[in-house]
Design a binder for this molecule. Structure first.
Ligand code: AP5
Ligand code: MG
Ligand code: ZN
Length: 218
């Protein structure tokens, strides 16, 4: 049995946080377009240099670039038993492109989990976030501190960083851009009977309980 999923939600909704639990329990690859762009940027590849112009300011990377990297990634064998897309699709053009590529690859979607959070609390989540340099695990200065201060729970690393687009100027634009795209995408998946809404305002463990319940009942 395969499990082909999309994790949707506004910036800071908790996609990356819940993705860590999902991929661990269901043993499927985590495909985050944001992570892929950040990796390309840090490796200074031509695609990364192009993407950086958009990501730093919180704008969307053009659809043809984004669709291209997802198509390449979904074409790999490790997605035969499932995949978790995090942060893709974000536009109707991307949703249509995903529909086509998943048909072509015969890896059709099983569910779209929408992590629904009051936009008013997202700025706080984003500006308080910090990330382990070594393994990418995500923390928050108020809501999710490492068990031992200064040490990553996952890999034991001691170095952390803040994302370029978590600076206040970029955060505001990122939220505006994504809020605008959100409603039509939600309708798109609702019409296709794939959408599952999860209350993302609760604490991380409670949200995970809800996500796990949805996935276990599919
Ligand atoms: P991406 O990296 O996907 O950023 P994003 O969508 O802005 O989402 P985030 O990663 O910021 O939030 P998240 O939902 O993962 O939250 P997290 O779990 O970390 O994309 C970055 C950029 O790349 C985009 O702006 C765009 O430029 C480009 N891009 C990516 N995909 C694209 C696409 N498809 N098309 C075009 N361009 C694209 O949690 C946030 C914080 O809150 C953490 O500190 C966490 O510890 C904390 N937290 C999490 N859950 C809870 C909770 N329940 N309660 C309290 N705190 C919580
Ligand atoms: Mg994320
Ligand atoms: Zn780590």
């Amino acid at each position: 049995m395969s499990l082909n999923l999309i994790l949707m939600g506004l910036p800071g909704a908790g996609k990356g946080t819940q993705a860590q639990y999902i991929v661990e329990k269901f043993n499927i690859p985590h495909i985050s377009t944001g992570d892929m762009f950040r990796e390309a940027i840090s490796n200074e590849t031509p695609m990364g240099l192009k993407a950086k112009e958009f990501t730093d300011k919180g704008n969307l990377v053009p659809d043809e670039v984004t669709n291209g990297i997802v198509k390449d990634r979904l074409g790999k064998d490790d997605t035969d038993s499932g995949y978790l897309l995090d942060g893709y699709p974000r536009t109707l053009d991307q949703a249509n492109a995903l529909g086509e590529m998943s048909d072509e690859l015969d890896k059709p979607l099983d569910a779209v989990i929408y992590i629904d959070v009051d936009p008013n609390i997202l700025t706080d989540r984003l500006t308080g976030r910090f990330i382990c340099k070594k393994c990418g695990a995500t923390y928050h200065k108020l809501y999710h501190m490492p068990k031992v201060e200064g040490t990553c729970d996952v890999c034991g690393g001691h170095e952390f960083f803040q994302r370029e687009d978590d600076k206040p100027e970029a955060v505001k634009n990122r939220l505006d851009v994504n809020i605008k795209m959100n409603t039509p995408l939600i309708s798109y998946y609702k019409e296709r009977n794939l959408l599952y809404n999860v209350d993302g305002n609760k604490n991380i463990d409670d949200v995970w309980q809800e996500v796990d319940k949805v996935l276990s009942n599919l």
